[in-house]
Every structure is written in structure tokens, then in C-alpha cells.
Design a protein. Structure first.
Length: 482
């Protein structure tokens, strides 16, 4: 049964609607984690921050409030009417090494209390584990996931993907859970990667999983920092959950889309949420711990949901590349992680919409966008006469103009997307990579059209990259005066 619908797409990100027994929610979604016993912010309040669904821990409920929650049902117990996902105790398993419940018991419990999305008791294998351990854990996880599939009939089933930092095991895990058949696929045990800013490893895992799970929703388990959301969405993640808003608040850590600040270092709040407009950092530092913790948690939720909305708007207007290329500049490892998309260009090509309104150059990463690759392919299909004039100077009448990033742009494509709708810096101010890429694209075209003679006129900026032109090229360097 189809339980979700894709409404919009950009890069590898999507806006989806997921249908659960208690109603629908839209993705990209952030599910705040609610601790059922000591909620810093009550489940019933989460909607005001922008939450359309929440997540809580079934294992804690099972241990501490089993009878009450079984009688009342999960939603009445938490006093909410939005979809509730429950985690199974895997986190406790990772932290304490053991839990006092079987997979069958906790899965049946989750469905019995009315959880909208159920998670089996999978085994989270931390990053950098021994390969043998990762393989054994994975086998056990898959057994439990099969068992859960047989039990669950009413709720949606999330089947976590494990495999530690072994990309081939993550792939194997993704292929296996796809066969079992879940409704949502969480990528598990990545919190240690997030905590240590290992965004390159994280990106590799996400891209590998998305190349197997091509359609269904992917949940990045435990990812609650807004600085990562845009990159993760652009790589294909649909759902996030956040315990971070509360955990960070406990240590007076204030989230921003560019990273984390300590309250003690803040002289001004770089935010206009209801908390930050009402108080100054000085006032907040004076408060008692409990009050302060609650307010920072509120701010952390506001800033996280604001970023989710920013991402959704970017998907709607086809500018997710631009947003991500700005966001990744907040941390060098985020930048490194994003550059991995170069290796997945064929895969990216399948997802990214072909026509957009604009192409805004935001840095060298813009060169890797699929629209550049598609432009090169489109130019190859155009027929040219025996001799063509190519010019980097628009003042010269030419059949083909040479532009940084794209390379050869035939006059008839000068008004169409992407090259005709591209805003790029002037050629003497743009990075060398954009010129090098353009020359490579020109050489590709020349090699493709061996019987055409290319008379190439370029400014000084291009000259040193024009070495080793194919034989059908004749180079003229324009002096400043022409
Ligand atoms: Zn704020």
C-alpha cells in the first residue's frame, strides 16, 4: 500500500506527504524527541514550534508506565493528536549494552499502544567497529526486522539500516531491508559521526543508502542539528529527529544554522524567535538553570524548524543547490562531505529536475551540478558548419560563446537554462576551476566534432588553460584593446 506521496523534488531532496494511522505529516520533517517521563517541553506543545509529528521512546514507556500507556493509548498518554513514532530501546542497547525486553515484546507493545511508526530492536553498530562485529550485528538486526514485519499490520514500520562505517555493509543492509519491505528506512548509529563532525563519512553513508533506496522515505536517526539538515536533505534524507534541542540546552549550548554557540560567549542573540526577542543573553545568564534550560531548548527548536521551512521553500523554488552551497561553508568538513556528490553524479542526474528558473554560481561546487553536465550533452547534439567562431568576448559575433563553468554555449542556447539563466562572477574574478571546467567542455566538443574547424578567440584570462587544444582548433588571444 502506498503510504506516501512525493509532492516536489529538487537535487535529491523531496517534499513528501506521509500517511500514518493518526494523520499525515509533510517531509522534510523534524520529529522532536519527547522523553515521556521528564519532558523538558511537553509533547502537546511541540506543534507550536512547527512539529507535525514527534518521536518518543517505547522502551522507557515499557519499563516505567507500561500499564498506564496500554490502557490510555500512546496519544492520550502524551496528550497529542499528531503522529507519534516510537523508538525501541536500541539507543539504550548501544549505551548500556543490554535491554530487558525481546524484539517481539517491544514491537508488539509499540503497535498495541498505537504508535504510528514502529522501530524493531535493531542493533546499532558504532562507527569504526570491527568488521566481524558489524556483520554479526547486521545479521541479527535483519532477523529482528523480518520478525517485526510479520508482527506489524496497522502501524508503519521503520527498518533501520546498519553496517557501521563500512559502505558495502550499509549497501547490503539497505538492499536487505528493501526486500523485507518497510515504510520508512532510518540510517542508524550515525550520532557519533555527527558529534565528531565526521560529515564526510556521514555523506558517504547517506549517498550509498540513497542509491539503493531510491523512492521510499529515509530517516537520518539522531540527526538534530540544523547545520546538517540542508546537506542531508539534498542527499536524499526526508526525516530527522532531535533530542539535541534538549541535550544542548542542558549544557547552555545555543544552536544556529552555522554551528553551536555557548551562552557564556554570546553578547547578542543572532535570532528573532520569541525567546531571543524577549530576553538578552545577559538576562538569560542570570536565570536559574531550569528556566534557562527550557528557554534555550525552545530557541533550539525554533531555529531547527525555521531551517526545515527554509529547505522546503528552496525545494519549491528549485534553489536547493544554492542553499546547500551556502550552508556547507559553515564548516570545512561539511564542505568536504558535500564535494562527494561528484562521485555520485550519475545517480544525482536521475533525481535532479531538468529545468529550473535560475543558476546562481555559489562557489566551485556549483560546477558539479547536473545541469552543467546536461548542458555539455545538449551542445554535443547540435550540428555545426565546417567552420565555427568561438569567443569568450560577447563583443565578437560568434556561433559559440565561451563561458566559465559551462564552456561552449551556442548562440541559440544563450537564452535558455542553464547557461542562459546563469548568474556567475566576471571571468577575471571567478575561480580557476570554473575556467578549467569550461575549457575541458570545449575540448570535449571539439573531439566530438572532428570535421569542424574551431576558430577560438579568448581573453588573456583563458590563455594559459588553452594548452594542448585538439588539432581542429585555432587559437587567437585577444588583447585588452579589442
Ligand atoms: Zn532564538
Amino acid at each position: 500500500m502506498q503510504k506516501f506521496e512525493i509532492l516536489d523534488k529538487d537535487v535529491m531532496g523531496r517534499i513528501c506527504r506521509i500517511e500514518t494511522p493518526s494523520g499525515t505529516f509533510e517531509t522534510p520533517a523534524l520529529l522532536p524527541v519527547v522523553n515521556p517521563n521528564i519532558p523538558l517541553i511537553d509533547a502537546s506543545e511541540m506543534r507550536k514550534f512547527g512539529a507535525e509529528a514527534i518521536i518518543t521512546n517505547a522502551y522507557i514507556l515499557y519499563r516505567t508506565a507500561k500499564q498506564e500507556v496500554e490502557e490510555k493509548g500512546l496519544h492520550r498518554f502524551l496528550n497529542v493528536d499528531i503522529p507519534v513514532m516510537t523508538d525501541s530501546g536500541s539507543y539504550q542497547l548501544m549505551v548500556y549494552g543490554d535491554v530487558e525486553v525481546t524484539n517481539r515484546e517491544i514491537v508488539e507493545f509499540q503497535e498495541r499502544i498505537g504508535a504510528d511508526i514502529v522501530v524493531p530492536l535493531d542493533i546499532p553498530t558504532p562507527p569504526d567497529s570491527e568488521r566481524d562485529t558489524a556483520e554479526e550485528d547486521l545479521e541479527k538486526t535483519l532477523q529482528r526486522e523480518k520478525e517485526a514485519r510479520d508482527i506489524i499490520s496497522r502501524s508503519l514500520l521503520a527498518l533501520p539500516i546498519q553496517g557501521s562505517t563500512f559502505t558495502d555493509l550499509r549497501r547490503r543492509s539497505a538492499e536487505a531491508v528493501k526486500k523485507i519491505g518497510g515504510d520508512v528506512y532510518p540510517i542508524g548509529a550515525v550520532v557519533p559521526l555527527l558529534d565528531s563532525y565526521r560529515f564526510l563519512d556521514l555523506a558517504r553513508i547517506i549517498l550509498e543508502v540513497r542509491s539503493v533506496i531510491r523512492v521510499e522515505p529515509i530517516h537520518l536517526f539522531g540527526c538534530g542539528h540544523p547545520m546538517v539538515f540542508s546537506m542531508a536533505v539534498a542527499m536524499g534524507c526526508d526525516i530527522f529527529d532531535s533530542a539535541a534541542y534538549a541535550l544542548y540546552a542542558k549544557d547552555d549550548r545555543y544552536m544556529t544554522i552555522y554551528g553551536t554557540k555557548k551562552l557564556v560567549d554570546l553578547h547578542y542573540f543572532p535570532c528573532s524567535c520569541p525567546v531571543c526577542t524577549r530576553y538578552t543573553p545577559e538576562e538569560m545568564k542570570e536565570m536559574n538553570k531550569k528556566e534557562r534550560e527550557r528557554l534555550i531548548a525552545e530557541h533550539n527548536l525554533y531555529v531547527s524548524f525555521q531551517e526545515i521551512k527554509t529547505i522546503k521553500q528552496a525545494i519549491k523554488e528549485g534553489s536547493l543547490f544554492e542553499l546547500v552551497e551556502k550552508r556547507i561553508r559553515s564548516h570545512p568538513y561539511l564542505l568536504a562531505g558535500w564535494r562527494l556528490i561528484k562521485d555520485y553524479s550519475k545517480h544525482l542526474e536521475l533525481f535532479d529536475p531538468k529545468i529550473k528558473k535560475k543558476f546562481l554560481y555559489c562557489g566551485v561546487e556549483s560546477i558539479y551540478r547536473p545541469s552543467v553536465m546536461r548542458h555539455v550533452e545538449a551542445v554535443k547534439n547540435i550540428e555545426f558548419g565546417g567552420e565555427v567562431v568561438v569567443s569568450s568576448d560577447f563583443g565578437i559575433l560568434a556561433e559559440i560563446y565561451l563561458r566559465p563553468v559551462f564552456g561552449p554555449v551556442p548562440a541559440e542556447l544563450m537564452e535558455s537554462f542553464p547557461a542562459g539563466h546563469a548568474e556567475i562572477p566576471p571571468e577575471d574574478l571567478i575561480e580557476d576551476e570554473a575556467i578549467i571546467q569550461a575549457v575541458e567542455n570545449l575540448k570535449k566538443l571539439m573531439n566530438e566534432k572532428k570535421d569542424v574547424k574551431f576558430k577560438i578567440y579568448v581573453s588573456k584570462r583563458w590563455e594559459k588553460y588553452m594548452k594542448e587544444l585538439p588539432e581542429n582548433g585555432e587559437l587567437h588571444v585577444l588583447s585588452r584593446e579589442t
